[in-house]
Ligand binder design. Structure first.
Ligand code: SF4
Length: 209
């Protein structure tokens, strides 16, 4: 796999677990509010990126102090060798949390089946009608709904999350999104931070073309 960033320590990204975070390079969405803009482009020459071996070595070196790895992005499920990479992390004895946009339920299903995940956080970004507009690309809402159902029924720790901000989401839309969250699953509302948003209009600049 290829990672555009690695943070060796966090107490706030994996509930109840001292963890590192690896940020997978590349994303299939272009959410207007995204603030991870350097992670969006698919790796081509891999210049300045880190590979699996780098992350594995870091985790080998910090076995005593870290208990988990958060695999975030970008969108980790796009990379073909995610399953192999997570097998290596589990072999080291680490817990794994996956952050995903839910666009690839088939990959999530395989990871769950192989017991490679201990925690999943999935973004539910919009109402089904608003997904493509907010995420800047065509989105299969059937896939989003399939991922929600899979994760909710998985039996592992999980939560869903939505970034809420007045410029791109109404209270009514948020109420609709909440109705998509299955009973028994938690839903976290994240506050929109405009400073680094992908869409210049949300940063207070000129509308995107
Ligand atoms: S916020 Fe959207 S565009 Fe940004 S990394 Fe997440 S899914 Fe991709």
């Amino acid at each position: 796999m290829w990672f555009g960033g690695f943070q060796p320590f966090t107490l706030s990204d994996y509930p109840g677990c001292v963890a590192a975070i690896a940020f997978a390079q590349g994303c299939n969405f272009r959410c207007r509010f995204c603030h991870n803009t350097t992670l969006l482009h698919t790796p081509v020459h891999n210049v300045g990126l880190m590979n699996d071996d780098f992350v594995v070595k870091e985790l080998e070196n910090h076995r005593g102090s870290l208990k988990g790895l958060v695999v975030s992005g970008g969108e980790p499920t796009l990379q073909e060798d995610l399953l192999h990479f997570l097998s290596r992390i589990k072999d080291l004895g680490y817990k794994v949390k996956l952050d995903t946009n839910g666009s690839r339920p088939g990959v999530i299903q395989r990871l769950l089946k192989q017991e490679l995940l201990d925690y999943v956080a999935m973004d539910v970004k919009s109402t089904m009608e608003g997904y493509a507009g907010l995420c800047g690309v065509p989105v299969s809402t059937d896939d989003i709904l399939a991922s929600i159902a899979l994760i909710a029924a998985s039996g592992i720790s999980h939560h869903f999350r939505t970034t809420f901000g007045a410029p791109f989401m109404t209270e009514e839309a948020l109420t609709q999104i909440k109705s998509l969250i299955p009973p028994g699953s938690s839903h976290i509302i994240q506050t929109f931070k405009p400073e680094f948003a992908l869409d210049p209009e949300l940063r207070g600049g000129r509308p995107s073309q």
